[in-house]
Write a protein that binds this ligand. Structure first.
Ligand SMILES: [Zn+2]
Length: 279
């Protein structure tokens, strides 16, 4: 059983009442730590560590409003890439949640809220929907984010990119995108994307000390990393073709995109207690 198979399995068993359900990090040392991108909603503060069942030191928590990934070299990607390069993250998970305020918000509500804070419409970007990343479906938002992360030249094709949804009421995880399947199929399915990734990595190696592999913190100055990363993004951006870039507004992913693998059947190990739900 692989890490996220174990996480989902333990989550479902715990919800079914199995008090022994859990993930043993020592069994998944090769897959930890994990980089998790979630919404910044404070209701997730206690929930995410609990539903993942991992100790704090085993996941790197990246957050923004709506767990949105706006592009292959966006700010969210930058944090996930650094989580992998410097933080040593072995797998990435985009975790959406039910009842997300970024889905419920309408443009008129947003503008009213901004106006109530004294922010004038003229001070805002022309396309406020795109800028704030308002979306219509939490599930589609996660799937789209996974597609962008998967195609980003800054994320190694060897890193599984999973997509999950967590139910705020029950804590139940739903596995929307199985990152193991896309990693398995990378060489055949998206060889063009792999080529872009290799191009990007070759650029990466030329950017001073911002190199792939172990980083000697004592010899690396923060300023060098910042300027190196900025220079890297400038050089990588042209490598990202229109084909690899997401179609911002025109093409919303369907509920079951063809290039996203479905998770395998869960091995439910529910322990049905005779006295459960009985007075
Ligand atoms: Zn949210």
């Amino acid at each position: 059983m692989r890490l996220f198979e174990a996480i989902i399995d333990a989550n479902h068993r715990a919800i079914a009442g199995d008090k022994t359900a859990g993930v043993r990090p020592s069994e998944f040392a090769d897959s930890l730590p994990v980089a998790a991108l979630t919404c910044m909603d404070r209701r997730l503060n206690p929930l995410i560590p609990e539903v993942l069942g991992l100790p704090e030191e085993d996941f790197i928590w990246v957050r923004n409003a709506g767990n949105i990934v706006s592009g292959p070299v966006s700010c969210a990607i930058r944090s996930l890439a650094v989580a992998c390069l410097l933080g040593g993250a072995k797998e990435v998970a985009v975790i959406g949640h039910t009842n997300c305020m970024m889905r419920q918000l309408t443009v008129s509500q947003l503008l009213d809220l901004l106006a109530s804070l004294g922010v004038q419409r003229s001070a805002l970007p022309e396309n406020v929907v795109e800028f704030f990343g308002i979306f219509a479906s939490e599930r589609e938002n996660v799937i789209r984010a996974c597609q962008i992360v998967r195609r980003s030249p800054l994320i190694s094709p060897r890193v599984p990119v999973h997509g999950l949804m967590v139910d705020l009421e029950t804590g139940r995880l739903e596995w929307l995108v199985n990152g193991y399947e896309s990693v398995k199929g990378v060489p055949d399915k998206i060889s063009a994307g792999l080529e872009k990734a290799e191009q990007a990595l070759s650029v990466l190696e030329t950017v001073g000390k911002f190199a792939v592999g172990p980083v000697k913190f004592g010899e690396t100055k923060l300023g060098e990393i910042v300027s190196g990363a900025r220079s890297l993004l400038d050089k990588v951006e042209p490598l990202v073709s229109d084909e690899a870039a997401p179609k911002a507004e025109a093409e919303k992913p369907s509920e079951h995109p063809t290039d996203v693998s479905a998770p395998p059947p869960l091995q439910m190990r529910m322990r049905l207690r005779k006295d459960r739900n009985r007075p």
